[in-house]
Write a protein that binds this ligand. Sequence first.
Ligand code: NDP
Ligand code: PYR
Ligand code: MG
Length: 414
Amino acid sequence: MTDLKQQALDYHALPNPGKISIALTTPAETSKDLALAYSPGVAEPVRAIAEDPNNVYKYTAKGNTVAVISNGTAILGLGDLGPMASKPVMEGKALLFKRFADIDSFDIEVKHHTVEEFVNTVANIADSFGGINLEDIKAPECFEIERTLVERCRIPVFHDDQHGTAIVTAAGMLNALDIQGKEIQAANIVCMGAGAAAIACMELLIKCGAQREKIYMLDRKGVIHTRRDDLNEYKKLFANNTDKRTLEDAIKGADVFVGVSGPDLLSADHLALMAPNPVVFACSNPDPEIKPELAKTTRDDVIIATGRSDYPNQVNNVLCFPFIFRGALDVRAKAINDEMKVAAVHAIRQLAKEEVPAEVLKASGDKSLTFGRDYIIPKPMDSRLKARVAKAVAEAAVESGVAALPLPENYMES
Ligand SMILES: NC(=O)C1=CN([C@@H]2O[C@H](COP(=O)(O)OP(=O)(O)OC[C@H]3O[C@@H](n4cnc5c(N)ncnc54)[C@H](OP(=O)(O)O)[C@@H]3O)[C@@H](O)[C@H]2O)C=CC1
Ligand SMILES: CC(=O)C(=O)O
Ligand SMILES: [Mg+2]
């Protein structure tokens, strides 16, 4: 067994199985405490909530709790391994919510036969939470699941693999293209993968200026083009009228490669065919489409990012989901809309251009980090992310009319 494999198994097994537990926030030592926490005292908040449902935010933890919900059909890049196998990842997302944004989470793994069954399960428990983070649900089902749940739930529902990934990808991409001296409007883009992350990443890059006809998207059968008759409605949006059929065809002269597919799909030969000063986001987890070592030895003008914590330039939705929910919960937003997503993109990208505090260098093990090829995006443990991203998101929620509360006074200022 490799060192990392054993360390990872031990990390999850010890000192107690798993990565998260529940902590009490009120005293529960004496009979008096219990008479308040439970019978008879608990009847009072029950009556108050029955009288006015908004009181649930005052007397319970709902407003600071997010459900992380999966069916295990697209666990990282490992595929459909079922709900139970997804549990370590969902506990991991709960760990990240708590560690980075002080949000409490429950991971919920759902076994189901139909999309309708999944949607009903989630919709029926949704009111228990302040928000719902859908995770690792494969395309195309994820699109209908999210759309239906957004319609049915009164709290924000956010498919992290779509929108969290897209927000971080857009933030990193705009910075990387700046460093490479390229305009997103003119960039030829190859997207390997045509699932949840791919469709959302490309749609958001288009909102940021990319041209749809300059995007070549590939799935397991190759380039998505107008003469294919096997495309679902989401892939069809990216069908190009082109003779290109393979990655080799599409990658020639490309400025950008975004990989949200599987391991080792971009070879050194492919990379060599890209335009000068290319940007490669090999974001498949745990194994990227190309290893950074190989990318860098193949050409020294490349900016390479991965989804992993153990390489520079971590383009991973961890930079977004804790903070976008922090902002949304704090103004009780009923949805996470495009305005909030775009605000998050700009807040994340801006932070990478600022001086990096010593505590971040210590946590990342870097001697220095300055905006440039190996530092296009902030590190997850940069504690400024919470204030910057949450504030930008909360302001956008208030301005776009989806917030039930005003921005709290002096929000995120200390
Ligand atoms: N860094 C980050 O923050 C994130 C990274 N990801 C990564 O993106 C990847 C996809 O996740 P997600 O979109 O949720 O999953 P989906 O199951 O929704 O989509 C997977 C897509 O990848 C394509 N694909 C898989 N293998 C190949 C291959 N050998 N050649 C070409 N295309 C392939 C599939 O093609 P087809 O349609 O033909 O089946 C499908 O379009 C995973 O590796 C995941 O770890 C996802 C979210 C966040
Ligand atoms: C990071 C993440 O959400 C994924 O790889 O699926
Ligand atoms: Mg995921």
